[in-house]
Design a binder for this molecule. Structure first.
Ligand code: PEP
Length: 249
C-alpha cells in the first residue's frame, strides 16, 4: 500500500517563536498514525524542529539544497549539512524556485542526485502554468519536467522519491484543481512511472497534490485514486488547519 503523506511547506514564514509554537501544537495533536507528516521550515529552524520531532512520527524536510557537497558557495546549504541536522526530505523543483531562481530541469538532476547521495528523499515538484493548461500543453509540460529532472534515476533510486504535482495556477491563489483535473494528472504521472519503471514501482510511489489544498477540500482530493496526500503551503501555517488536513484520509 502507498504511503499517505501530508507535508507542510512553511516557505519564508514564521520566526523562531512561531516555529516553536507551530511545531509544539502539531506534536501535541492527535494525528492519524497511518499518515506520514513532514514539516518543511526555513533553514534556521531545521535543527530545532528536527530535535523536537525526534521521538515522534513527524519527519522534517528542507525547502531547498545546493547540488554541491561543500565549498565556496556563500549563502548555500548542502545535503550533507541537512542530513547532519536530521533532515530526511528536500523539496526539489518547487515552482517558486523554478520561476524566481531560474532552476532548470538540468539543475534539478544534480540536486536530486545530491539528495540521494546523502540519504535524503527528494520531494520532486512538477506542474504547469495556467497558459500551458489553457493551450492544452499541461501533460507535455509535466512529462518534460519528470523525464528531464527525475527519470534519470535507477529503479532503486526512484523508490526513495516522492512526486508532488502542483499546478502553478493553484499555488497560493485560493483556486484548487478540480478533483477530475487532479486525478487525471496524477493518473498520467503514474502511467509515466509505469512506462519508465514498471507497474510495481509506479504503484508504490506516493504522488502528492499541492495548490490551495485546505481543511475543506483535502478530504475530496485525498479520496482520489491516485492522490496520496498533499504538499500544503498556506494552510500548513495554522496548526488546526494542518492537523485537519492530515486527518483527511
Ligand atoms: C506550495 O507552495 O507548495 C503550496 C501548495 O502552496 P499553497 O498550499 O499555499 O497553495
Amino acid at each position: 500500500m502507498r504511503k499517505k503523506i501530508v507535508a507542510g511547506n512553511w516557505k519564508m514564514n514564521n520566526n523562531l517563536n512561531q516555529a516553536i509554537d507551530l511545531t509544539a501544537q502539531i506534536l501535541s495533536s492527535k494525528i492519524n498514525t497511518t499518515t506520514e507528516i513532514i514539516l518543511i521550515p526555513s533553514f534556521p529552524f531545521l535543527q530545532l524542529v528536527a530535535e523536537s520531532c525526534k521521538n515522534s512520527m513527524i519527519k522534517v524536510g528542507a525547502q531547498n539544497c545546493n547540488k554541491n557537497e561543500k565549498g565556496a558557495f556563500t549563502g548555500e546549504v548542502s545535503c550533507q549539512m541537512l542530513n547532519s541536522v536530521g533532515v530526511q526530505y528536500v523539496l526539489v523543483g518547487h515552482s517558486e524556485r523554478r520561476a524566481l531562481f531560474q532552476e532548470s530541469n538540468k539543475d534539478l538532476v544534480e540536486k536530486v542526485n545530491s539528495c540521494l547521495t546523502n540519504n535524503i528523499n527528494p520531494i520532486y515538484c512538477c506542474g504547469e502554468h495556467l497558459e500551458e493548461r489553457n493551450n492544452n500543453h499541461h501533460f507535455e509540460t509535466v512529462k518534460t519536467q519528470l523525464v528531464e529532472g527525475l527519470f534519470h534515476l535507477t529503479d532503486n533510486q526512484i523508490k526513495s522519491t516522492i512526486i508532488a504535482y502542483e499546478p502553478v495556477w493553484a499555488i497560493g491563489t485560493g483556486v484548487t484543481a478540480t478533483p477530475s483535473q487532479a486525478q487525471e494528472m496524477h493518473q498520467f504521472i503514474r502511467q509515466l512511472l509505469n512506462e519508465r519503471y514498471g507497474e510495481s514501482i509506479a504503484e508504490s510511489l506516493s504522488i502528492l497534490y499541492g495548490g490551495s489544498c485546505n481543511a475543506s477540500n483535502a478530504k475530496e482530493l485525498f479520496s482520489l485514486k491516485d492522490v496520496d496526500g498533499g504538499l500544503i503551503g498556506g494552510a500548513s501555517l495554522v496548526a488546526k488547519d494542518f492537523i485537519a488536513i492530515a486527518n483527511s484520509f
